[in-house]
Design a protein around this ligand. Structure first.
Ligand code: NAD
Length: 345
């Protein structure tokens, strides 16, 4: 029986894997996978990792030296993997679409909460404070929402926004054909949107795509929603824009320095990250702990696809969900090994 080492496991991860797995011996470790913990993978046939594991050169080299040829990412994004280092040594498989709706719905819930302040109303009425002062918002109907990245999650989010009667402006490197909404330049989107929601991956090109200069181009009073990856936003620039009231509110399910904090309980401890503490202290900011994926449907799909990924790898089949550093370079597709052989190398 092949042995899989699961890293950064929480109780909710185990439920569906325990239900659906019949073929593999899974050991669940609570530790994140990084250069300090990689030794735990000795003697295993594969590792399964998540969004905040640090799969850098050292980790890849160690895994390879233990004879491990498979990394299973139980998530869609993979900006935490050193792909160039892994290429030719270790196959990296992911779960490309476990529930785009889960993330899109969560992005809308952040927007609704920020705008209508239901989180504050909840706290008030629990203390029998029935005042409405300071709880005002605006109608979403008729407002312009700028959606950056119109892949699986972006499209689902746009569908929801259209249901609210919002005007959608979209920006993507690869605009969809016959989309039924307007694609514009990034600058036009920044200038015209009342709300901006990020749905593109973190890459070299998208790192800090919303920085000081981009915030300057936005409408005064814009709302920012980020359920994608923290480092899409320069957090210092966001803080400045919040202080200057250029940004009226921000809903953040991701944060660029989240790796050491998110998914852990720090209540009763002093957080050393002053930037995060400042963000959380603002009444017009909601920070949540990278939880947009957390629905029953998504967790079941993650387990199903990850088990399928294991099966395809260990039976030497083609790997539907393999990714390598060349997969994003769409113009290289003609000589793509995966198209020819079913595997990236
Ligand atoms: P996807 O690959 O289906 O879509 C991404 C879109 O972004 C594509 O259309 C692509 O062309 C576009 N894009 C790439 N580079 C761009 C750029 N420089 N500018 C504008 N657009 C660009 O991915 P998806 O499934 O929609 O997921 C989007 C992101 O959501 C993931 O990369 C991940 O970071 C994030 N995510 C977050 C959670 C969470 O729990 N918060 C869960 C899943 C995914």
């Amino acid at each position: 029986m092949k042995k899989i080492a699961f890293f950064d496991t929480k109780p909710y991860d185990k439920v569906w894997f325990d239900k659906l797995n019949t073929q593999y011996e899974i050991s669940y470790f609570e530790n994140k996978l990084n250069s300090k913990t990689v030794k735990l993978a000795t003697g295993y046939d594969a590792v399964c990792a998540f969004v905040n594991d640090e799969i850098d050169k050292d980790v890849i080299d160690s895994l390879y030296s233990y004879g491990i040829k498979l990394i299973l990412m139980r998530c869609a994004g993979y900006s935490n993997v050193d792909f160039k280092e892994a290429y030719g040594k270790i196959h990296v498989l992911r779960v490309p679409a476990y529930s785009p709706n889960a993330i899109a719905e969560y992005a809308m819930s952040l927007l609704l909460t920020l705008n209508r302040k239901t989180h504050k109303a909840y706290n008030r009425t629990r203390e029998f404070n029935f005042s409405l002062v300071g709880l005002g918002g605006f109608d979403l109907y008729g407002k312009t929402i700028g959606v950056i990245g119109t892949g699986r999650i972006g499209k689902s989010f746009i569908r929801i926004c259209k249901g609210f009667g919002m005007n959608v402006l979209a920006y993507d490197l690869y605009p969809a054909k016959d989309a039924g909404y307007n694609y514009v330049s990034l600058d036009e989107l920044l200038e015209k949107s009342d709300i901006i929601s990020l749905h593109c991956p973190l890459t070299k090109e998208t790192y800090h795509m919303l920085d000081k200069e981009e915030f300057k181009k936005m409408k005064k009073g814009v709302f920012i929603i980020n359920t994608s990856r923290g480092a899409l936003i320069d957090t210092e620039a966001l803080l400045t824009s919040l202080n200057k009231k250029k940004v009226k509110a921000a809903g953040l399910d991701v944060y660029e320095e989240e790796a050491n904090v998110f998914y852990e309980d720090f209540s009763g401890k002093i957080i050393k990250d002053d930037v995060l503490a400042l963000l959380i202290s603002k009444p017009n900011v909601i920070v949540t702990s990278h939880q947009a994926f957390l629905t029953d449907e998504a967790l079941m799909n993650i387990a199903e696809t990850t088990i399928l990924n294991m099966r395809q790898f260990f039976s030497n089949d083609k790997l539907d969900n393999e990714v390598c550093y060349q997969c994003d370079e769409k113009d290289k597709k003609e000589d793509c090994k995966k198209i020819k052989n079913g595997r990236c190398f």
